[in-house]
Design a protein around this ligand. Structure first.
Ligand SMILES: *[C@@H]1O[C@H](CO)[C@@H](O)[C@H](O)[C@H]1NC(C)=O
Ligand SMILES: *[C@@H]1O[C@H](CO)[C@@H](O)[C@H](O)[C@H]1NC(C)=O
Ligand SMILES: *[C@@H]1O[C@H](CO)[C@@H](O)[C@H](O)[C@H]1NC(C)=O
Ligand SMILES: *[C@@H]1O[C@H](CO)[C@@H](O)[C@H](O)[C@H]1NC(C)=O
Ligand SMILES: *[C@@H]1O[C@H](CO)[C@@H](O)[C@H](O)[C@H]1NC(C)=O
Ligand SMILES: *[C@@H]1O[C@H](CO)[C@@H](O)[C@H](O)[C@H]1NC(C)=O
Ligand SMILES: *[C@@H]1O[C@H](CO)[C@@H](O)[C@H](O)[C@H]1NC(C)=O
Ligand SMILES: *[C@@H]1O[C@H](CO)[C@@H](O)[C@H](O)[C@H]1NC(C)=O
Ligand SMILES: *[C@@H]1O[C@H](CO)[C@@H](O)[C@H](O)[C@H]1NC(C)=O
Ligand SMILES: *[C@@H]1O[C@H](CO)[C@@H](O)[C@H](O)[C@H]1NC(C)=O
Ligand SMILES: *[C@@H]1O[C@H](CO)[C@@H](O)[C@H](O)[C@H]1NC(C)=O
Length: 475
């Protein structure tokens, strides 16, 4: 009796503690998530009339189940369990203190009818979407202003049935920008893990204006020729950790973003403290790790280690253009292997693609403190195409211990960049050799909180931090 009477009070205390720990313990968001996240209430989607036959539309069942679970949000949270089966649905929204858990052979399938994906306003940092008149389709799974959300499963699948959307895209019959598979906005303490994402209409996983986000043990698959099927796009988000993922898709494996031209500049939400490790990717149209092209709110403090990129167009990529403004700085990328990659490193100051013609051509991006080291590449087409912007040199571009077996007779093509290099094979371009005594100016990743993120599995699990009740049961 006493225990339950004081439960709410205890929860309040622990919720506060959780917040404190997230913000003060740097890199804590990178810890391995425990599979045993305790939620005191759990329901199965079939209790809400869902039928897993791949034909019946279950949007109402998902919405009703989550509406019902809302009443447990202040009681330690709840789990929505999706058992084995094929669960066709339109878009549905999540709530705080929720675990969406898929069984091993559970497949959530996106409806092929575009009217099951509601039309919503564009993001404030993007202006219009890609398709006029500026609206966009809601993501299959979405949420705003949430905290303590876990989307997980025993490698269950979320399949967007993107082919029909790619068709509409190619034959110009889309009315609105295509949807993502998962998009969380303005949310914190988010875990996405142990799932397979397939055939997204557009980007797969899109945390935007979020903080404390962990994405791990995720497989992302889309045809190599599918348009814009980015894997994971942290966007205007901070304290994001992505690890142990396998991605094979049509566009960037991971793309860090922060808004588009004048909209991103005025919204001014940077992406920072991003930690990435142990990622394997294969992309026909993109890069293993990309920055931009939408980077107008700024991107900084990024640490990526343990990237394998195979059979891909590009390995490491920075995309920007006059009009973007913003910055990409303090980026540390190490321990990269590439096999059969057309362009190992590409920095483009002329990427183009503007939301409208109101962008400010004088808004030049600042690209500085980019360190790329310990790279091995076999069967690489071109080592690097590194191009800055007239009147806006990209600076402190540092390459160290980069060894590429390159087919081209002109392995490097550099312009309007400055920086340093050592132990680069084939020998780097002149622009990176002139000041090679100043390698101490190279960014070494140390100001990034993410440096603490690479510790091996810690006993203090993310779930314990996420779930106040879990904490409670420990006492
Ligand atoms: C996710 O998968 C990894 C690797 O297979 C496993 O170690 C971990 O316990 C799983 N986590 C959850 C939450 O199921
Ligand atoms: C998860 O499923 C995908 C797709 O079937 C598969 O490629 C991958 O190996 C599986 N991952 C794990 C950890 O079982
Ligand atoms: C456009 O693509 C959609 C989806 O693939 C298809 O259903 C439709 O028939 C196509 N329309 C035209 C005009 O080609
Ligand atoms: C675009 O709008 C037209 C007219 O309302 C509609 O017939 C068509 O199905 C819509 N296209 C898509 C891809 O939703
Ligand atoms: C890297 O991630 C893959 C899943 O993509 C996993 O199978 C493997 O064990 C991880 N390796 C390390 C060293 O953690
Ligand atoms: C190399 O990658 C390209 C795609 O970029 C692919 O078409 C080709 O089959 C790959 N070659 C090998 C030997 O894997
Ligand atoms: C150079 O990079 C390779 C590949 O990451 C690594 O194995 C090697 O130890 C590095 N060499 C030095 C001197 O750091
Ligand atoms: C280097 O790139 C510039 C601009 O893209 C191009 O005009 C030039 O031909 C390239 N040089 C070589 C040697 O490939
Ligand atoms: C820009 O960098 C180039 C080398 O890429 C250098 O020659 C030039 O002087 C630099 N411009 C300025 C204004 O520093
Ligand atoms: C670049 O890195 C150096 C050394 O880590 C640091 O002192 C400097 O402030 C950084 N520059 C920017 C623009 O952040
Ligand atoms: C990034 O991490 C550093 C060091 O842990 C921390 O001081 C800073 O507040 C973090 N930045 C954001 C935006 O959370």
């Amino acid at each position: 009796m006493r225990r339950s009477a004081s439960l709410l009070q205890v929860l309040l205390v622990f919720t506060t503690m959780v917040k404190t720990q997230w913000s003060t313990v740097s890199g804590i968001y990178c810890k391995e998530m425990s599979p045993n996240v305790y939620r005191p209430h759990s329901v199965t989607i079939t209790e809400f009339g869902a039928i897993g036959d791949g034909v019946t539309l279950n949007t109402k069942a998902f919405r009703n189940a989550i509406f019902y679970l809302n009443s447990f949000a202040d009681k330690g949270g709840a789990q929505l369990f999706v058992p084995a089966g094929k669960w066709l649905t339109g878009s549905f929204g999540l709530i705080s203190h929720l675990t969406l858990s898929l069984d091993k052979d559970a497949v959530i399938i996106g409806s092929p009818d575009s009217s099951d994906w509601p039309v919503v306003d564009p993001l404030p940092s993007y202006g219009r979407g890609r398709e006029l008149p500026g609206k966009r389709h809601q993501s299959l799974i979405f949420g705003s202003y949430l905290t303590d959300v876990i989307i997980t499963g025993a490698n269950g699948t979320i399949d967007g049935q993107g082919a029909i959307w790619w068709g509409w895209f190619h034959n110009h019959t889309l009315n609105y920008t295509r949807p993502h598979l998962v998009e969380l906005m303005y949310s914190t303490n988010v875990v996405i893990s142990n799932l397979t994402f397939k055939n997204s209409p557009f980007w797969n996983i899109h945390p935007v204006y979020c903080s404390q986000v962990l994405v791990q043990h995720v497989t992302i698959l889309a045809p190599l020729n599918s348009p814009n099927t980015d894997g994971i796009d942290p966007d205007s988000s901070t304290n994001v950790c992505i690890n142990h993922c396998y991605v094979k898709n049509g566009d960037d494996v991971i793309a860090i973003k922060s808004g588009w031209d004048e909209y991103g500049i005025s919204f001014a939400h940077p992406s920072s403290n991003i930690s990435i490790s142990n990622i394997t990717g294969e992309t026909r149209g993109g890069a293993g790790i990309a920055f931009g092209s939408e980077m107008s709110g700024g991107i900084s403090e990024v640490r990526a280690e343990g990237l394998r990129v195979v059979n891909s167009l590009q390995g490491i990529r920075i995309k920007t253009a006059p009009g973007r403004g913003g910055y990409v700085k303090n980026v540390y990328i190490a321990d990269v292997s590439m096999y059969n990659v057309s362009i190992a490193i590409r920095i483009s100051g002329n990427f183009g693609e503007h939301p409208d013609d109101k962008y400010d051509r004088n808004a030049l991006p600042m690209i500085s403190n980019i360190t790329i080291k310990d790279v091995v590449g076999v069967n690489v087409g071109v080592a690097g195409i590194l191009e800055g912007i007239h009147g806006d040199n990209f600076s402190n571009i540092c390459l160290s211990n980069v060894s590429l077996s390159v087919q081209s007779a002109h392995p490097w093509n550099c312009s309007l960049i400055e920086g340093y290099s050592n132990s680069v094979i084939p020998e780097s371009c002149e622009q990176l050799r002139s000041n090679c005594r100043q390698t101490s100016d190279c960014y070494d990743g140390s100001s990034s909180s993410a440096t603490h993120g690479q510790e091996p599995r810690d006993t203090l699990s993310t779930s314990q931090l996420l779930n106040p009740l879990m904490k409670f049961t420990l006492f």
